[in-house]
Design a protein around this ligand. Structure first.
Ligand code: PMP
Length: 365
């Protein structure tokens, strides 16, 4: 099977009117409104990737013995398409999502879709549904590529057929009233990932397993969970859907630290991009280890000035306060710090076309 495949375009015969679409795109929130099309590509043992189609968005017919429902071979990605002032549309580093999707597939014993085909599928959907890409500030079209087992049967083994899909959802501003710091709960009872586990993969089960801790965070009055390492419950790993950054010191001499990719946290594309952008700006950047005690002591003695989380959905979110079973503290003054906001602007300016794309990160549709 070649890596370049023609996607058979079978668009809807009854497209929405401009007014109907505009009504659905008003205050879309996140992940509740979907565009009019979807891409499907099948994989089967012996045949490889085939039957690539763009069709009207529709329900799927699932057999009760579909293997995904029982054993969870299911992975996904998340990336965004942005409309620039000149009307052109771009996605941000889609090849990186494709490579991470391949890594997730390997970990879950699933077939790897070629990078070119993954990107082609995203492009085809955005092209078809380009009217759904919002143009207002902080808005975008969120793309959700995913793949799951489609074999019917209850034997525990890798499925011999899979469905890869892309759907898209217009996303409003994550912070409608301006960037707002989040409060976080340090989860010591539950762990997200253990050495040798699936923490570095973007698989559905990781998120299912995180929900009870997220509920616990909410009970504690916190917005998000911060995950610690499985062995000692001491080292900071990441948040539920974002990686973490710690700023030490201030001004041009500030040092920026993010937990290293130990295998049990997700290698975020925003995280990787910010490492480069922080370096470009002359900050000392380090991937390393930081413990809960380091965080608490560094906040108390003023050496840790800012902490922020980063990911595709919210770009950068300041962390304002921290709570665990035995302590709670406020980071800096509890607001959004200058390094946090500088890096946020640096990244969003590239994504939205307001700054030069010096790293060649934008992919024109
Ligand atoms: N960690 C987890 C667990 C996530 O789900 C995400 C979102 N994909 C991230 C980190 C951030 O990754 P990215 O910057 O690629 O969105």
């Amino acid at each position: 099977m070649t890596t370049s495949m023609t996607i058979d375009l079978k668009p809807t015969a009854t497209p929405l009117s401009d007014d109907e679409r505009a009504a659905r795109m008003t205050n879309p929130g996140f992940g509740r409104v979907f565009t009019e099309h979807m891409v499907t590509i099948r994989w089967s043992e012996g045949r490889g990737w085939h039957d690539a189609q763009l069709t009207p968005y529709a329900s799927l017919d699932i057999d009760p013995a579909n293997m995904t429902l029982h054993y969870g071979q299911s992975i996904f990605e998340g990336l965004k398409a942005y409309r620039h002032a000149d009307g052109s549309i771009v996605t941000f580093r889609p090849e990186e999502n494709a490579k991470r999707f391949q890594a997730s597939a390997r970990r879950l014993a699933m077939p790897e879709i070629p990078v070119e085909l993954f990107v082609e599928a995203c492009d085809a959907l955005v092209k078809q549904d380009r009217a759904w890409v919002p143009g207002a500030e902080e808005q975008s079209l969120y793309l959700r590529p995913f793949m799951f087992a489609t074999e019917v049967g209850l034997g525990v083994r890798p499925s011999n057929e899979f469905l890869f899909m892309v759907i898209a959802s217009p996303a409003g501003a994550y912070f409608a009233g301006g960037v707002k710091p989040v409060s976080v709960w340090l989860s010591k009872e539950y762990v997200r990932a253990a050495p040798g586990g699936t923490g570095a993969a973007k698989c559905a089960g990781n998120y299912a397993a995180s929900l009870v801790a997220q509920a616990q965070a909410a009970e504690q009055g916190c917005d998000q969970v911060v995950w610690l390492d499985a062995n000692e419950r001491r080292w900071i790993e990441e948040m539920g859907g974002m990686n973490l950054y710690f700023v030490q010191g201030s001004g041009p001499g500030a040092r920026i630290l993010t937990p290293s990719l130990t295998g049990s946290l997700l290698p975020g594309i925003t995280r990787a991009s910010l490492l480069r952008l922080a370096e470009d700006r002359g900050y000392a950047v380090e991937e390393g280890k930081i413990s809960v005690e380091d965080w608490q002591a560094g906040t108390a003695d003023g050496s840790i000035t800012e902490v922020f989380a980063c990911g595709t959905a919210a770009v950068i979110t300041p962390v304002g306060s921290v709570k665990s079973t035995d302590a709670s503290w406020t980071v800096g003054d509890g607001g959004a710090g200058p390094v946090t906001m500088e890096l946020r602007k640096a990244l969003t300016d590239i994504q939205t076309g307001n700054a030069a794309d010096t790293h060649d990160w934008l992919h024109k549709i």
